[in-house]
Design a protein around this ligand. Structure first.
Ligand code: UDP
Length: 323
């Protein structure tokens, strides 16, 4: 298959490129490098089945494809709130241009939606049937409403043009190739702990998240892509083990053997108090269940960031010597 992966130089996009190259597909990664990073895909650039195109999906593009995986969008609150209008454009205009491209090619298209469509949920845990509690004028709305509108566009393209669509709702995911400056809690805590700096806790740390290791998530996504045409979703993909942020912080400090303490800062506006997926649909339809525990996943991720930070330190030391 010829597979287009938008956001191909981002965290999840990069893992998807790797997966489909290993399966001998032809992969075209589209990314405007707004949050994506060429270093993430440096290992693939010489691969005969890999093409990278620097492209902003808010503009149309004409390519041939059998399948499109739409992962292009800044996904960390820090990054998506930097230019909220652009985030909305990426979600909605990006979805429209990719849906048009899928229609032209009669290709299958998968949308990376998000647990953010549930907002600050009043129902806990969150099944796919829950309609959500999103503040439409808050600082998270650019992302939440953008992704909700994209879901609506996907289902309208299916109803109007019989386009083959798949929608997954991704819950908090972490692992190697996250950007150390991503701003999300797992990467922030690990990087801070490795440097023995205080861990920045926003709020009282009693809010919860359920963290999925990236390999588990990629296995869910690739299973979803293979389902028959009548399976469209939306399907939750995430790890249902729920932790408070305080539990996460203590685990990271222990696993990094760090001297860091925890410092508290105000909780951001509309920050969800709790989040945990119901994954019965994914279990039943995809025969999928995450296998990697938070501790196992954190150990792998800590190892990745440790190498990255050491390499950076050596590089700057080397540059100082040259200067
Ligand atoms: N958070 C934190 N410290 C950080 C980064 C995030 O306490 O350095 C909190 C954030 O306020 C939220 C949770 O961690 O309650 C998860 O935030 P993240 O940005 O990772 O993802 P979200 O689930 O909000 O999209």
């Amino acid at each position: 298959m010829k597979i287009i992966i938008t956001g191909g130089a981002g965290f999840l996009g990069r893992h998807l490129c790797e997966h489909y190259l290993k399966e001998n597909h032809q992969v075209i990664a589209l990314d405007n490098l707004y949050t994506g990073n060429l270093e993430n895909i440096a290992a693939f650039t010489q691969h005969p089945n890999f093409t990278f195109i620097e492209h902003d999906i808010t503009h149309p593009i004409n390519l041939e494809a059998d399948a499109i995986l739409n992962f292009a969008c800044p996904a960390s609150p820090v990054h998506y709130q930097k230019d909220p209008i652009y985030t909305t454009k990426t979600s909605i205009l990006g979805a429209l241009s990719m849906l048009d491209l899928a229609k032209k090619n009669n290709a299958l298209i998968l949308q990376a939606s998000t647990s953010e469509v549930y907002g600050d949920p009043e129902q806990h845990p969150q099944p796919e049937s829950y309609k959500g509690c999103v503040n439409p004028i808050g600082i998270r709305a650019c992302y939440d409403e953008g992704k909700r509108c994209a879901e609506s566009l996907f289902f309208d393209y299916n109803r109007m043009y019989n386009l083959s669509i798949k929608v997954i709702r991704i819950f908090n995911t972490y692992g190697p190739y996250m950007d150390p400056n991503d701003g999300r809690v797992v990467s922030n805590f690990i990087v801070q702990a490795l440097q023995n700096k205080p861990l920045t806790m926003y709020g009282d740390g009693l809010q919860t998240r359920s963290f999925c290791y990236v390999d588990d998530l990629i296995s869910g996504i690739t299973r979803m892509l293979k389902t028959p045409q009548n399976i469209m979703g939306p399907i939750n993909l995430g790890n249902p083990h729920e932790f408070t942020l305080l539990e996460l912080a203590h685990l990271v400090i222990t696993l990094t053997n760090s001297r860091s303490e925890i410092c508290f800062a105000p909780r951001p506006q509309d920050d969800p108090r709790q989040r945990k997926p119901v994954i019965e649909q994914a279990k039943k339809i995809l025969n999928w269940d995450p296998e990697i525990s938070l501790e196992q996943g954190l150990i792998k991720t800590i190892h990745y960031f440790d190498h990255l930070l050491t390499a950076e330190k050596n590089r700057s030391h080397h540059n100082n010597l040259i200067l």
